[in-house]
Design a protein around this ligand. Structure first.
Ligand code: DP6
Length: 363
């Protein structure tokens, strides 16, 4: 099994209690992950910009439990989110602990308190599962490191991404910066279906501080979760063509990153966003996550690009919000454009200014 290297020995630890804290960023996919196999293995490779400002901070408090409680298959934990005890967050975290237990058997020896907060409003429609699962996985790895101090830094981050992926696929891309590939791709050496790696090939400086202004069209809860959407790719009439397209797009992005070819970047990134949503529209049952204002914003962005020559483009995640991407040198002009012409399409005029970031940080 290729994931065998991540199985930790089940030692009887002398560690009694402690606390670790990590901050992990969100990410925005340029090549989208949509469709997966058993055990969170992606149907195609994906690539993302790590973000800087949208992040989750998580503190994991742990206490050793008595031996009689250690045989239970369930991990005992509480969740506190933004100062309030959150029962509703427990099922997702319980399923995360269950999935990672075969790789982290030592977890059974402890009970936990997960104390978390996001830098962005919970009701912004921005998914916190990527940053949240990544921050929690990193905390688990800090605990593992205290039990196995000889662990290398490389292994630490690889396993953190591996565990985060088991919580939520895109979370595996939220450990490192500034661009991450997850999923095996023929042109990217060491790329893996099991964890994300930092994009290893030459990248022009323009992409190092690329801007992402998130235009918040709809801050409500999504009607269809990503997990359900991924599942609808099984038996989807266009699935194979879509998985091939994602692989091809990643191949085409490689020379664009190298040369700083923004025009090719735009073509690929916008095509990925629209292909993702066309998969949703052609699923059985079909569904639609874009809203009228999503389309209005896409047209405004296209008009702006046409009229001003500024290479601004958009991408979408599994929701109605629009991520507007552009090189940092146009920041002032684009933010004027947002204030003067785009806020009317945003729910309560809200948007978030973000940019490419460096990845997670231990606190
Ligand atoms: C559209 O990672 O949220 O944002 O693995 O089921 O938790 P699960 O799904 P998730 O899917 C993300 C889908 C996407 C594209 C992407 O981020 O690549």
């Amino acid at each position: 099994m290729p994931d065998k290297e991540f199985v930790a020995a089940n030692i009887n630890t002398a560690v009694e209690n402690g606390s670790v804290s990590w901050e992990a960023p969100s990410n925005i996919a340029l090549v989208k992950y949509w469709g997966k196999k058993e055990n969170q293995i992606p149907a195609n490779p994906s690539l993302s910009f790590t973000l800087k400002n949208c992040k989750t901070t998580t503190k994991l408090n742990y206490v050793k439990v008595s031996e009689d409680h250690q045989n239970s298959e369930e991990i005992n934990f509480e969740v506190v989110f933004e100062g309030v005890k959150k029962e509703s967050f427990k099922p997702k975290i319980a399923s995360f602990f269950k999935r990672i237990l075969p790789y982290c058997a030592y977890l059974k020896q402890f009970s936990f308190e997960v104390v978390s907060e996001n830098s962005f409003p919970h009701s912004s429609g921005i998914a916190s599962s990527a940053s949240g699962m990544s921050a929690l996985a990193l905390c688990v790895m800090s605990l593992e490191k205290s039990l196995f101090p000889e662990m290398s830094e490389d292994f630490f981050y690889k396993k953190a991404s591996f565990l985060a992926r088991l919580g939520s696929g895109s979370a595996g891309r939220s450990v490192k910066g500034s661009m991450v590939v997850w999923g095996e791709h023929k042109d990217i050496l060491l790329s893996s279906d099991y964890y994300g790696i930092e994009y290893p090939l030459k990248t022009d400086a323009v992409f190092k501080d690329y801007q992402d202004t998130v235009l918040l069209v709809d801050k409500g809860i999504k009607q269809v979760s990503s997990t359900v959407g991924h599942d609808l790719m099984h038996g989807h009439p266009f699935a194979e063509a879509r998985f091939k397209q994602a692989n091809d797009h990643l191949s085409e992005l490689i020379p664009a990153f190298e040369k700083g070819d923004i025009q090719s970047f735009i073509k690929i990134v916008e095509s990925e966003a629209l292909s993702l949503h066309s998969m949703m529209m052609s699923s059985d049952p079909y569904f639609l996550l874009m809203k009228p204002n999503t389309l209005a914003l896409i047209h405004k962005i296209w008009e702006k690009r046409e009229e001003s020559g500024i290479p601004v483009c958009f991408t979408l995640d599994a929701g109605a919000n629009v991520h507007m991407l552009y090189p940092a040198e146009y920041k002032k002009e684009i933010l004027e454009f947002v204030k003067n012409e785009l806020v009317v399409y945003c729910e309560n005029g809200h948007y978030i200014c973000d940019e490419v970031g460096e990845g997670s940080k231990m606190l």
